[in-house]
Design a protein around this ligand. Structure first.
Ligand code: T3D
Length: 261
């Protein structure tokens, strides 16, 4: 029922595929609306335990579709309004989603496409993929949380240079620098992604979400606050079905059968 994305949910795996391959899956207003509807459908009343975000064709996402932009037009162009309406809510939806989110970067990621990927919890990329903070090439600065997340991942020296030059970073270097989790040989990529999401689909989901939330909170918390947060989350997890199952399975020397509660 969507025009610009494919969205499905099967065996506890939700899959969201950006699907405008002829434009390297660049974001239009329609795509923003459709992604928002898909992500909001994962807030409750479903049985997804992991979200996979990827792109169709040879690219992952080329950021904003520039054919929607005409800076020469008389009509005032307020990019801030677009950021408020679309990119910022998208980053919040991804980072606040109560599920682990895997981003499979199947090909080039540019502009907001890079930073949308980095907002996901686990990022794996094809070795042939490239990451391009291309904003400065068109006179902009990285948005979609790029200036927040990238220096935290790879340090300000590398982040600043990537952003100022717009130079492409290949997937292997991105993994070496700690920007992404893994760079995978092209031939093995799909199978690798599949096995990762299937693993997360049977993981203790509430622990996954607690990890995501604790790590996110740590970047602005004091050590004392973070210790309190860990205690509170651990108290909550200690009361879950999955904790009981995990400990029982350990004692009985069998594989746990987690249910996500
Ligand atoms: O505006 C706001 O709301 C503010 C928010 C901004 C967020 C942003 O993301 S700003 C940054 C926008 N993105 C870019 O500037 C990236 C533009 N694209 C590229 O630099 C290159 O396409 C790539 C480096 C990503 C890939 O290069 P290459 O040589 O592999 O492919 P290509 O030939 O350039 O692209 C293939 C087709 O996709 C091509 O169309 P054609 O010639 O075959 O008809 C190209 O025009 C189209 N395409 C690629 N990126 C975009 C795009 N069309 C519209 N918008 C794009 N962003």
């Amino acid at each position: 029922q969507f025009e610009t994305i494919l969205f499905s949910l099967e065996a506890s795996v939700a899959r969201l595929v950006l699907n405008r391959p002829q434009r390297l899956n660049a974001f239009t207003v329609t795509m923003h609306h459709e992604v928002a509807v898909a992500l909001d459908s994962l807030l409750d009343g479903h049985d997804a335990r992991v979200l996979l975000l990827t792109g169709s064709g040879r690219g992952f996402c080329a950021g904003q579709d520039l054919s929607e932009r005409n800076p020469e037009s008389a009509e005032a162009l307020d990019l801030g309004a677009n950021i408020d309406a679309f990119y910022n809510p998208l980053i919040k939806r991804l980072t606040e989603l109560p599920l682990p989110v895997v981003c499979a970067v199947n090909g080039v990621a540019a502009g907001a496409g890079v930073n949308i990927a980095l907002a996901c919890d686990i990022v794996v990329a094809r070795k042939s993929a490239q990451f391009i903070q291309s904003f400065a090439n068109i006179g902009l600065l990285p948005d979609s949380a790029g200036t927040w997340i990238l220096p935290r991942l790879i340090g300000p020296a590398r982040a600043t240079a990537l952003m100022m030059t717009g130079d492409p970073l290949n997937a292997a270097q991105a993994a070496d620098w700690g920007m992404i989790w893994q760079a995978i040989d092209d031939e093995a990529f799909e199978e690798h992604v599949e096995s990762l999401v299937r693993r997360l689909a049977v993981a203790p989901t509430r622990a996954m979400v607690a990890i995501k939330n604790a790590i996110k909170a740590s970047s602005t918390a004091s050590l004392a606050d973070q210790l309190d947060r860990e205690r509170d989350l651990q108290r909550m997890l200690g009361r879950t079905e999955d904790y009981r199952e995990g400990v029982s399975a350990f004692k009985e020397k069998r594989k746990p059968n987690f249910v996500g509660r």
